[in-house]
Design a protein around this ligand. Structure first.
Ligand SMILES: *Cc1c(COP(=O)(O)O)cnc(C)c1O
Length: 349
């Protein structure tokens, strides 16, 4: 039995989310985004399981992530696309690892065309103003096999930027009738059929985050972070807890000190609103420090040292924890540190 903070990564739940997204994307290829080490969950185990579920192409951000993923996938003939593109001098490494750069500047296109003749993947900016060629720059490129863009406000279905970006992307598609087209990440998949095109690129909703930054019944929890109670104590009215007297008891109360903290990935700013769960009972956080979280166990006075408190998981959804920290699910996941003991359920062989 685990004695310390523990991170359980349920790859069966990941697979279920992949199929839920595929159903929602209705025929479009689902190309998982496994950047930042699979959003902190381990790009290797994640991609191997998704390959077993039928995924054949993957996206990473960095060249080095692509190299690591190629090694992790072994002899599986996956297409791995690198969103950073072909930075100057990267050709040899991209080729050696069999990676496909998604070209996003005119300079990259010029560089790549100087060393490679084959079809290319391009990223066209449709109004997010992050990476991407302008439509005019892209229109001049021959041999485009994948034309992609990215939405800036897809988590807000009514936002006018979605329709504006869609209209712009339709011009991109019209310019490359033979290329495959990809516009949507997790949130865009749920904007409706117009946004799906030939390929979708979900990240966060594979890993348990809802497409609208709130928990969504169609997406299951993949990650559970739990930690043991180290000590139980009774506070008197006026007793202060933690550094800087972060919490002061207004009345007598029973609290538990849990052996997980911001060094395990629970952001310090979550202390005021988040809660852990034990035996179906909600235990409000009072104080979050590096190694310990103090929770109110007034509703569960018999909780004892060794009992494991869920800090993130099916009862404490990722999106809720993110909201209490003023953040997004993506950031919570990538900040779960290496300290928690990891175990995978449902690993592909
Ligand atoms: C990160 C990223 C994605 C995945 O986004 P999610 O919100 O995690 O689904 C898709 N496409 C691009 C270009 C990205 O940078």
């Amino acid at each position: 039995m685990a004695a310390e903070s523990r991170l359980t990564i349920d790859l069966d739940a990941l697979a279920a989310n992949f199929h839920a997204l595929a159903a929602q994307a209705a025929g479009a290829e689902v190309a998982p985004v496994v950047k930042a080490d699979g959003y902190g969950l381990g790009a290797g185990p994640v991609a191997r399981r998704l390959w077993a579920e039928g995924a054949r192409s993957f996206f990473v951000a960095r060249l080095s992530e692509g190299e690591a993923l190629r090694t992790a996938l072994g002899d599986r003939a996956a297409t791995i696309r690198v969103l950073d593109g072909a930075t100057l001098g990267a050709h040899a490494r991209l080729k050696a690892a069999g990676l496909t750069p998604v070209l996003s500047t005119a300079e990259q296109v010029g560089y790549w065309r100087g060393v490679e003749a084959g079809p290319v993947s391009v990223h066209v900016d449709t109004g997010m103003n992050r990476l991407g060629l302008s439509l005019e720059e892209a229109a001049a490129i021959p041999g485009v096999e994948l034309a992609m863009s990215h939405l800036g406000n897809a988590a807000e279905p009514g936002h006018p930027r979605n329709a504006a970006q869609l209209a712009c992307f339709r011009e991109v598609r019209a310019r490359f009738p033979d290329a495959r087209a990809s516009l949507s990440a997790s949130a865009g998949i749920f904007l409706g059929p117009d946004y799906r095109f030939d390929m979708v690129r979900p990240g966060i909703s594979l890993y348990g985050g809802g497409p609208r930054e709130t928990p969504d019944a169609r997406i299951g929890a993949v990650v559970t972070l739990d930690a043991p109670i180290l000590q139980v104590r009774d506070l008197k009215a006026g007793d202060a807890v933690g550094y800087g007297a972060m919490f002061t008891a207004a009345r007598p109360m029973r609290v538990a000190v849990v052996g997980g903290g911001y060094a395990d990935g629970v952001l310090r700013t979550s202390h005021a609103q988040a809660a852990g769960w034990l035996g179906g009972v909600r235990l409000p956080f009072l104080v979050v420090t590096m190694d310990m979280i103090v929770v109110d166990i007034g509703e569960l006075p018999n909780a004892r040292p060794g009992d494991r408190v869920e800090l993130l998981g099916p009862h404490a959804p990722l999106d809720d924890l993110a909201a209490t920290a003023g953040s997004v699910a993506h950031e919570i996941l990538v900040r779960i540190s290496g300290r928690a003991e990891r175990r995978y359920l449902g690993e592909a062989v």
